[in-house]
Ligand binder design. Structure first.
Ligand code: NAP
Ligand code: F7E
Length: 348
């Protein structure tokens, strides 16, 4: 069989690093697109040990001519659209930009794939954020959407546009409705990595306190390596379709903090309620976690829990890493980085 070519947009991001490694191990030619920036941000590919095996090509999802030419040049057999303004918090202040990248950018890509010959298989990174103010629990592929941020609204547009290109133009296009998935390569602004990196710095005397927003928000957190395997499985199925990937378990931010603190060698006692809540290190009596209202969102997604039974039944996908293992993996990686002074530059 001829070697397959995968094009991954957003190659500098968390998922792309795991997916690139996964596909290279399956002997794909992997081409990754990145935005030109003044400073290099290829550290994730470097950490995964794949930087020299991925072909890099500059592409911005906001520039349609660029998108079309990249698809024509690379002629991919599979396209994984992972590029996005992916931080929900920022989307409230950058609603137009987020819509252009996360919604219209996807339309450019779908058009480019259709214009080439429509043969490339297409993966769209849909999200559990589309369920937002949830209509039922757990959420599955039939649960109605109720997006609560410009990020999620834009993703709903992209989701239905992908479904439409599948139905109207016969593209082999799939949407993965992925619940939160994390790893040591997670961006530092997301709550899980913010917690593990901060606690590691506190444990090494490099930071005093971790400030968080809504401690009661609940998420269905899985491990990124499990989820990229699911993306690939979707594109190997004879037909394009939409699938939820999730663990089926939900935990609060506070539970994540407790478990991470334990892995970092702290035992926390909680005092106070809501914005006055404080996490105190029992050994030293110091407050090491507190609430800062600046980190609350104008509209919150309070609780998410996914039902991935369709992916299990049709694709044979299931997650392998548990919540406890995930926290341990992330905490261990950040303790190691802190010990080597690698987190000193991080600001939250
Ligand atoms: P990530 O680490 O934030 O990576 C996003 C990537 O998109 C980065 O490479 C970023 O480039 C790139 N990008 C941003 N704006 C772009 C533009 N205008 N043109 C081209 N590329 C652009 O995100 P992730 O966690 O890997 O997630 C991958 C995808 O899955 C995203 O679409 C996200 O919305 C979606 N998703 C994520 C989760 C999750 O829990 N991780 C769950 C559901 C869905 P820079 O490095 O230059 O910023
Ligand atoms: O927030 C609460 C916050 O920013 C999780 C993206 O990958 O997953 C991610 O979106 C929860 C929210 O992720 C802080 O209010 C409390 O309820 O880690 P997050 P997210 O918004 O769920 C989905 C599936 C995606 O698609 C997105 O691309 O934690 N929270 N205190 C906080 N969140 C942050 N970031 N920082 C805090 O201090």
């Amino acid at each position: 069989m001829a070697q397959r070519t995968a094009l991954i947009t957003g190659i500098t991001g968390q998922d792309a690093a795991y997916l690139a490694k996964f596909l290279l191990e399956k002997d794909y030619r992997v081409v990754g697109t990145y935005r030109r920036t003044a400073s290099s941000n290829l550290w994730r590919l470097e950490e995964m040990g794949v930087l020299d095996r991925v072909e890099l090509i500059p592409m911005d999802l906001l520039e349609m001519t660029n998108v079309v030419r990249v698809i024509q040049k690379v002629r991919p057999s599979e396209v994984y659209n992972l590029g996005a303004q992916s931080f929900v918090g920022v989307s409230f202040e950058q609603a137009v930009y987020t819509s252009q990248v996360n919604a219209i950018g996807v339309c450019y890509l779908l058009e480019a794939v259709r214009a080439l010959d429509g043969a490339a298989r297409f993966y769209q990174a849909s999200t559990s954020e589309m369920f937002g103010k949830v209509r039922e629990e757990p959420q599955n592929e039939d649960t109605p959407f109720y997006p609560r941020s410009p990020y999620a609204v834009a993703k709903v547009y992209a989701h239905y546009m992908t479904v439409n290109y599948r139905e109207a133009h016969g593209l082999h296009a799939s949407c993965g409705i992925l619940f939160n998935h994390e790893s040591p390569l997670r961006g530092r602004e997301f709550v899980t990595r913010k917690i593990t990196a901060s606690l590691a710095k506190i444990a090494h005397g490099q930071q005093d306190v971790l400030e968080l927003g809504n401690l009661e928000a609940k998420r269905d957190w899985g491990y990124a390596a499990d989820y990229v395997r699911g993306m690939w499985m979707m594109l190997q199925h004879p037909h394009g379709d939409d699938y939820v990937l999730a663990t089926g378990e939900s935990h609060s931010v506070r539970e994540f903090v407790d478990k991470a603190a334990e892995c970092a060698g702290f035992r926390l006692a909680w005092e106070g309620e809501a914005v006055s809540a404080r996490g105190i290190d029992r050994a030293s009596g110091k407050t090491i976690v507190r609430v800062n209202p600046d980190f609350f969102r104008p509209a919150e997604v309070e609780s998410l829990r996914g039902d991935a039974s369709k992916a299990r039944r049709v694709l044979g996908w299931q997650p392998e890493v548990t919540f406890e293992q995930l926290v341990e993996i992330m905490m261990r990686a950040d303790m190691d980085r802190a010990a080597r002074g690698r987190l000193l530059h991080l600001r939250f």
